[in-house]
Design a binder for this molecule. Structure first.
Ligand SMILES: Cc1cc2nc3c(=O)[nH]c(=O)nc-3n(C[C@H](O)[C@H](O)[C@H](O)COP(=O)(O)O)c2cc1C
Length: 204
């Protein structure tokens, strides 16, 4: 795709308006219909936009593992069994914990291997975050809804093993993907301080 053509600053063309609208409309969708077919083709397409995120030195640190079908149950059970074995979870609650992986037809796990150099490691983590935002926006553009989660799964050695990740690999996001559940409430109103309250302008 061509880069955006230049036009007078402050007066976006149709493409610019569409981008701004997409940024404003993107929301987290916690209640997805879990039993619909996994939208794997759309996810594959959205991932091609994720990898267009800015990335210093083009290390391309992002790795994606797309989990769907019965794999969700297998990985959920690994998460729950680990928590029980470590005494953090009452065995009676294990099925509930495992079911977290079944909250959507597909979960895109975004991970990266931390670089040895601390500057590169920090920059890589930022680049992966930018890739996740690209992924969320692309999924919405393709008619899907998504939710970026981390939680216990992102820190679990058992989940890393079950996914086939390296022990030292960092999980940056579990992007739950699907379509909204029929009974999903509309997203709560946005809660954001205006950027003006977080911005200093320095001219001299
Ligand atoms: C790094 C990161 C981790 C997140 N982890 C979770 C999570 O574990 N559980 C959750 O409910 N939301 C999680 N979120 C989503 C935020 O809660 C959500 O973006 C925020 O509530 C704002 O809502 P919005 O995305 O609709 O603007 C995470 C977001 C980011 C950037």
């Amino acid at each position: 795709m061509e880069s955006a053509p230049a036009h007078p600053p402050g007066s976006p063309d149709a493409r610019g308006e569409a981008v701004l609208e997409a940024l404003a409309a993107r929301r987290s969708h916690p209640r997805l219909a879990p039993d619909e077919p996994a939208p794997l083709a759309e996810i594959a397409r959205a991932l091609e936009y994720a990898v267009l995120a800015p990335n210093h030195r083009l290390t391309q640190p992002w790795r994606f593992t797309v989990v769907s079908g019965e794999a969700r149950g297998r990985i959920g059970r690994a998460l729950a069994q680990e928590a029980v074995a470590q005494g953090r979870l009452d065995p009676a609650r294990a099925p509930l914990e495992a079911a977290k992986w079944r909250r959507a037809p597909a979960v895109v796990v975004v991970s990266h291997l931390p670089a040895a150099d601390p500057v590169t490691a920090a920059e890589d983590r930022l680049a992966v975050g930018a890739a996740v935002e690209n992924l969320l926006l692309a999924l919405e553009a393709l008619g899907l809804r998504a939710m970026w989660r981390t939680g216990a799964s992102a820190r679990s050695a058992a989940v890393r093993r079950a996914l086939g990740l390296a022990p030292e690999e960092e999980i940056d996001a579990l992007v739950y993907v699907g379509r909204p559940a029929a009974d999903a409430p509309p997203p709560a109103p946005r809660r954001r301080a205006p950027a003006a309250e977080r911005t200093r302008w320095i001219d001299r």
